[in-house]
Design a protein around this ligand. Structure first.
Ligand code: MN
Length: 132
């Protein structure tokens, strides 16, 4: 049983349900945030090992959240995986420029997501990886 905490940031209840189920079924401990503001306070409170970040949220979106997270040196290496419905050319780069560690597209491919999560939790660090 892996007891590392994963913070899921997602404003859509159906997507949250799917992600939460996928990760808890795999044995991860999960925290949920349904807005950017809540995400920031939970990062500080729970110090998750990894964050799954919905980039499209009303108000403070995922780009703003990850930029704020990266302003704090203590969270410089926190893996933040962008989850975005948008699949336009250049979108992946935009999430990385904003400070995300990696990127998955919606609709979620469960195997791809779990592989990424395991990779970054076991790797224990950040940084983009060509070996995914
Ligand atoms: Mn959303």
């Amino acid at each position: 049983m892996d007891e590392k905490t994963i913070l899921i940031v997602e404003d859509n209840p159906d997507n949250m349900y799917v992600l939460d189920h996928l990760l808890t079924h795999r044995g991860y401990r999960v925290q949920q945030a349904i807005s950017g503001e809540e995400a920031l306070s939970q990062v500080r409170e729970y110090r998750p090992a990894l964050v799954l970040m919905d980039m499209q949220m009303p108000g403070m979106d995922g780009y703003a959240v990850v930029r704020e997270i990266r302003r704090h040196p203590e969270f410089a290496l926190l893996p933040v995986i962008a989850v975005t419905a948008s699949n336009m050319p250049g979108d992946r780069e935009q999430t990385l420029i904003a400070g995300c560690t990696d990127y998955v597209a919606k609709p979620i491919n469960p195997r791809e997501l779990l592989r990424l999560v395991e990779h970054y939790l076991e790797g224990g660090g950040s940084g983009n990886d060509s070996d995914r």
